[in-house]
Design a protein around this ligand. Structure first.
Ligand code: ADP
Ligand code: MG
Length: 830
């Protein structure tokens, strides 16, 4: 229960006084009253203050001689203002001292004060500390992620009901949410319909009104005649008489009203938790513990961004005085989330780059020119730009960490190849990791193709590796001063093949390794990994990415993705990476012609596919996304597949792909499709984004209204390579006006980034964010689509990190503590 505060620093004094301001100088900020609290604090406040002037002025405050409880509100207000002003000066002096601390080593810590500035251990106590929360209730809260008092303080309402409009009974209007404060005249159990309920008549000086509660006969005995009650709800009319039906109610005692007559918080609940209880508990948490939350934002940032104090923000986010303050409170908390997200990412990046010096590569321009001249195409402008960004990074004596974004088919692989070649030329090894075997094989084939073309000393095994089982190590001469050796390492190799590869990698007999997760197995040891490339990076978790990085000694990192994300957002989510974008497709390559069809014209789509296959082409048929259920999704695709095989395309060869199949089987089907052994691939949305089947030129998407625009765009990116016109047919499950509108956007817009923005507007950020794999802290209040706040938070985080990185990385500082709390160990501190 609200124990006397254990915290004794100046911060706690400030928080108490601020809380007192919030409580309109009602002397309710601390249990036992402010006077008692101040007597206790007086001596302790001065700890760690060594500025003479401040010490002198402290005496004038008369903390120990206060008689707060007897003063009127005006005097109370003035007096608190003077103390807060003094505290402001102390804090300013402290900030200055921090900033002038030499960068090396930790800032001097005043032992005790530091300890105190951490989140008080009390906040980490289980919520059962609150009266009425039993262990049983606690398990229900745990389902909502609430275990400690700290969690409960951050357990914020989803919205508020506005019961702040207080009316006299005579003024009540039907159909609006309003509040009355009235006297109970009589109250009884009645039968309403066929159930028991409570009926009460209440009145004020302007009139009376009937109030009924269905199914709650037990209320009647609470409502004693002449008691005062607040009623909040919508007035309706029954047989010409006005009535409140099952409204919120609250007897008026001395306590603050929390269910009525104000903005009332509505919390997300789970079964067994009831709104009234939860409100009682959150109110208690806020009143007794919010002041213990440690302010971790530097005061300049708060000032610049006009943010509320933390404890005030939490208090107001639960029980706001009005809509405006509620907004302010949520803004502060949203800012915190975005700011901490940014700071963590920056810390991560710095750890990567500055932990140890990276390897500065020499860029052999002659080699690059020669290699490029052997390619059957010239780089697009966008590819050239991105290449020079990458090369510039590789030259630096710190590790590159760059995200390469580009649509499906924009030609990311060649950029990776060139970078890998440079690594090889510098005597380093390079690795490229892809999420599936089919993709890894595809990369291996492509890169071997490029190397074969540039190689002046043809090797015996120059045939591209088409089928699994061919040689998985190739060697090409005449490109670098030494022959360059490239290998494919995937899980489905035989044990002996894998072992042989492991040995060769360990002996640096292999320069470039292309592979899957097999690359990050323990047995794989690179003596000299200089560059790690990750393809389709969104498919990997942070841990997998960092596992690859850790195979080397600060290797350069290039991560690639085909998921287009608007720039500001990309900078946020991938704040730990520099960003390069290939925003141009190779010439002659067009986005698939897109057409949507009403479901009843499905037959037309099938005959179109028929004709294309007869011309020697292949097709994808995608079955809809079914939220949350891979099982149902798989079933829909399976049923579709059987029906299509028997009834629609009996003369063609069809393959089936869904998420419930074992990985090896999936790989097998994709491989067969790629090798043209199948005409049609029927699949759920699991079908690989990066898969390159140039001969496939039609994709039919069922339930197209269920997919995001970006996802549809990625699907259609898979057809129409090889300068062939591609076709994308969309069939919605229901052709509602919204579905129509979205599908028309698909017909009109070719640009993946534009579609991503439309998607954000239409569907919110879940698409991009929300992956549990991301290893990023969850955003509860902030929206990643609030570009303005995002930008502010990013700027503040960047400049704080630049000007005072130690303040961020000091885990004992309030900010450092908060940062590790939010990131839960997902930042690898150097
Ligand atoms: P993605 O960005 O989706 O990974 P890829 O790197 O697989 O794209 O390239 C897709 C295809 O485009 C490949 O067959 C590649 O050879 C080809 N390609 C790449 N760059 C160019 C270019 N500048 N001009 C023509 N074709 C190119
Ligand atoms: Mg690719």
């Amino acid at each position: 229960m609200g124990q006397p505060p254990k915290e004794t620093s100046i911060n706690s004094l400030r928080r108490v006084l601020e809380l007192e301001c919030n409580k309109r100088y009602s002397d309710k900020a601390v249990i036992g009253g402010l006077d008692k609290f101040l007597r206790n604090q007086e001596g302790k406040v001065l700890q760690g203050i060594d500025n003479r002037e401040l010490l002198m002025s402290f005496n004038n405050l008369g903390l120990a001689k206060s008689n707060y409880s007897s003063w009127d509100v005006n005097k109370r207000e003035q007096w608190i203002a003077t103390i807060l002003e003094w505290i402001g000066k102390v804090e300013e002096a402290r900030e200055k001292k921090k900033l002038t601390t030499p960068a090396l080593g930790r800032p001097p810590t005043v032992g005790k004060t530091r300890q105190i500035e951490k989140v008080s251990p009390e906040l980490d106590s289980p919520i059962t500390l609150i009266r009425g929360i039993t262990p049983n209730t606690a398990t229900k809260f745990a389902k909502l992620g609430v275990k400690t008092l700290y969690d409960l303080l951050y357990f914020l309402p989803r919205r508020y009901i506005d019961y702040s409009q207080r009316k006299a009974i005579a003024e009540l209007e039907e159909g609006k949410e309003q509040t009355i404060i009235a006297t109970i005249w009589q109250s009884k159990v009645v039968t309403l319909g066929n159930r028991q309920g409570t009926e009460t008549i209440v009145g004020d000086e302007t009139g009376n009104i009937r109030v009924v509660w269905f199914n709650q006969p037990y209320l009647a005995k609470n409502f004693r005649t002449n008691a005062r009650i607040a009623i909040s709800g919508i007035v309706s009319s029954f047989k010409g008489q006005r009535v409140f039906e099952s409204p919120e109610w609250e007897l008026i005692q001395t306590k603050e009203l929390i269910h009525t007559a104000r903005l009332v918080p509505i919390y997300p609940l789970t079964s067994g938790l009831y709104p009234r209880q939860v409100r009682k508990w959150t109110k208690e948490a806020v009143d007794s513990w919010a002041w213990q939350l440690v302010e971790f934002l530097p005061s300049e940032i708060k000032k610049r961004c006009q943010l509320l104090d933390l404890s005030q923000a939490i208090t107001q986010a639960h029980y706001p005085d009005n809509h405006r303050v509620a907004e302010e409170a949520r803004k502060r908390l949203a800012f915190d989330e975005l700011f901490l997200l940014q700071l963590g990412l920056l810390a991560r990046k710095q750890n990567w780059q500055e932990g140890q010096p990276g390897n500065a590569f020499n860029i052999n321009q002659v080699l690059l020119k020669k290699f490029l001249s052997y390619l059957p195409f010239t780089l697009t402008h966008a590819q050239q730009r991105v290449l020079s960004e990458v090369l510039l990074d590789l030259k630096q004596p710190k590790a590159m960490s760059r995200l390469l974004q580009g649509e499906v088919g924009s030609g990311k692989t060649i950029i990776a190849t060139l970078a890998l070649l440079i690594a090889g030329d510098n005597g380093y090894q390079g690795a490229l990791m892809a999420p599936t075997e089919v993709l890894a094989e595809q990369h291996f084939d492509n890169i071997c193709n490029y190397l074969a073309k540039a190689s002046t000393q043809p090797q015996p095994s120059l045939q591209p590796r088409i089928k699994y089982g061919d040689s998985n190590v190739r060697c090409y001469g005449g490109i670098l001063s030494q022959p360059i050796t490239i290998a494919l390492l995937i899980g489905s190799l035989s044990e002996s093949e894998k072992e042989e590869l492991h040995n060769k990698i360990r002996q640096h007999k292999i320069d470039i390794v292309i592979g899957t997760h097999a690359l990050i197995q323990e047995e794989v040891e690179f003596p000299k990994l200089g560059l790690a490339v990750i393809d389709e990076q969104q498919r990997f978790g942070v841990l997998q990415r960092s596992a690859l990085r850790q195979k080397g000694f600060n290797p350069h990192m290039l991560v690639m993705t085909a998921t287009p994300i608007p720039r500001t957002m990309a900078l946020t989510i991938y704040g730990d990476l520099d960003l390069s974008i290939i925003d141009e497709l190779p010439p002659g390559r067009a986005i698939a012609k897109t057409k949507w069809l009403e479901p009843q014209y499905r037959g037309k789509a099938y005959s179109f596919i028929h004709r294309q296959i007869n011309k020697g082409k292949q097709a994808f048929i995608i079955y809809p996304l079914i939220e949350e259920s891979e099982v149902v999704e798989a079933k829909a695709a399976t049923t579709g597949y059987e029906w299509l095989s028997k009834e629609v395309f009996p003369s063609f060869k069809l393959g089936l792909l869904h998420g419930r199949m074992p990985a090896a089987e999936k790989e097998q089907v994709m491989r067969r499709f790629r090798n043209r052994e199948l005409d049609i691939l029927v699949s759920t949305s699991v079908v690989e984004v990066g898969i390159d089947v140039p001969n496939a030129n039609v994709i039919l998407i069922e339930g197209a209204d269920r997919f995001g625009l970006s996802q549809l765009h990625q699907f259609r990116g898979r057809v129409g390579r090889d300068k062939e016109q591609g076709y994308c047919l969309l069939i919605p499950e229901r052709s509602s006006p919204e579905a129509k509108e979205r599908l028309e956007l698909m017909e009109k817009i070719q640009d993946g980034f534009k579609l991503a923005e439309e998607d954000l507007k239409l569907r919110g950020p879940g698409e991009f964010f929300g992956t549990q794999q991301s290893g990023l802290p969850e955003l509860k209040i902030a929206s990643i689509t609030n570009m303005q706040l995002l930008e502010t938070a990013r700027q503040e985080a960047t400049s704080l990190f630049k000007n005072n990185p130690d303040a961020v990385k000091d885990r004992d500082s309030p900010l450092g503590e908060k940062l590790s709390r939010v990131w839960q160990g997902n930042i690898e501190w150097s």
